[in-house]
Design a binder for this molecule. Structure first.
Ligand SMILES: C[S@@+](CC[C@H](N)C(=O)[O-])C[C@H]1O[C@@H](n2cnc3c(N)ncnc32)[C@H](O)[C@@H]1O
Length: 326
């Protein structure tokens, strides 16, 4: 059994509510047959979906084999309704095509608490560990330490500026280059944190209101795991795997991801006439949830519903017209 702090799914009730989206053509939850949890993690979403939709089958993906092993064991009572698959978004089409079409897809992006709190994974600037940061530990990609060793100063500055929106990107990258030239190592999270602390002016660090290394760690994690291209590939696969009235719910944690989701959903609605955006504005966590779970502060949920008819109403407009109808 997971402890509460280890396992606190973000915006869970809102995700489930969207999966129950009251639609005149799909108002029976028994219609929800096949649901994909694209980011299994500790299985919080999958578990609640399996409970809320007793007739559904859940196909859950994760690129992290330890998340698969742990959640498979934890949710074993739901076999055969629950099937975990070790794959990244880029491979979604391949691993899921035999089971398609699907009635819903949920994404809860980024890293899990389990990944964050295990120092040996290298995601955390709070605890010392090797600079790895690969979601699939021991997988094929380059580690964060290898990226810091092999990218030029200019390339690193771009990574920190684009993926971390770090104001001091160039200065930090120059310091890393200097450190390399002097034969210094940058193998652990503590070494990287110390280097960043040495670059950022002290008054800036005092006023930041967040850890001085947060942005660089975010940037490296996104780069190491190619997170933005993965997200685009995942959403493209959804298009090909979705049933005609499928629901897609995405929870993201930073503006780069949110922008991709927003633009994709808009294009599906306005240009491709594939269905409707159910969230005119993103749904955010309530104060109460943020108080209990700090991670929820930056969460943004967006939802889309495919339809064969090319409708153009948002959820708000739909509920308004429903209210005025009666
Ligand atoms: C925030 S956690 C999900 C937590 C889950 N909703 C829960 O309630 O336990 C995100 C998970 O998605 C996985 N993930 C992130 N990007 C992925 C990708 N491109 N392909 C497959 N899995 C991915 C991570 O390895 C991580 O385990």
């Amino acid at each position: 059994m997971l402890s509460k702090s280890e396992h606190e799914p973000v915006l869970l009730s809102q995700v489930i509510e969207f999966l129950h989206f009251d639609d005149e053509n799909m108002n029976d939850v028994g219609d929800m047959k096949r649901i994909v949890d694209c980011t299994l993690g500790l299985g919080g979403y999958s578990e609640e979906i399996l409970r809320s939709f007793p007739a559904a089958r859940v196909y859950a993906l994760d690129r992290d084999s330890s998340a698969i092993a742990r959640s498979e064991e934890r949710l074993s009572e739901y076999t055969p309704r629950f099937k975990a698959l070790h794959a990244n978004f880029g491979a979604m089409g391949k691993v899921l095509s035999d089971f398609a079409p699907f009635d819903a897809f949920v994404f809860d992006l980024g890293v899990s608490n389990m990944q964050l709190t295990e120092a040996r994974r290298g995601f955390s600037f709070q605890s010392d560990g090797p600079l790895d940061m690969r979601m699939d530990l021991g997988g094929e990609g380059k580690t964060a330490a290898e990226v810091l060793k092999n990218l030029s100063g200019d390339e690193l500055a771009k990574v920190f500026a684009i993926y971390g929106e770090e104001r001091y990107a160039r200065r930090i990258a120059l310091k890393i280059e200097e450190n390399r030239k002097r034969g210094g190592t940058l193998e652990t999270t503590a070494e990287l944190v110390a280097l960043i602390r040495g670059v950022l002016p002290a008054p800036v660090q005092r006023k930041m209101g967040t850890h001085p290394a947060r942005r660089v760690f975010q940037a490296l994690r996104i780069y190491v795991n190619d997170e933005l291209e993965e997200l685009k590939a995942g959403l493209a696969s959804v298009e090909s795997l979705a049933s005609s009235r499928a629901i897609v719910v995405v929870v993201s944690y930073h503006s780069l991801e949110d922008r991709i989701v927003k633009h994709t959903f808009r294009a599906w609605e306005a240009e491709e006439k594939k269905g409707i955006v159910l969230t005119k504005h993103p749904v955010c966590a309530e104060f109460e949830e943020i108080g209990k779970n700090f991670k929820a502060r930056s969460a943004k949920l967006r939802a889309f519903r495919f339809s064969g008819e090319g409708e153009g109403k948002t959820l708000k407009q739909r509920s308004k017209s429903k209210r005025s109808e009666g």
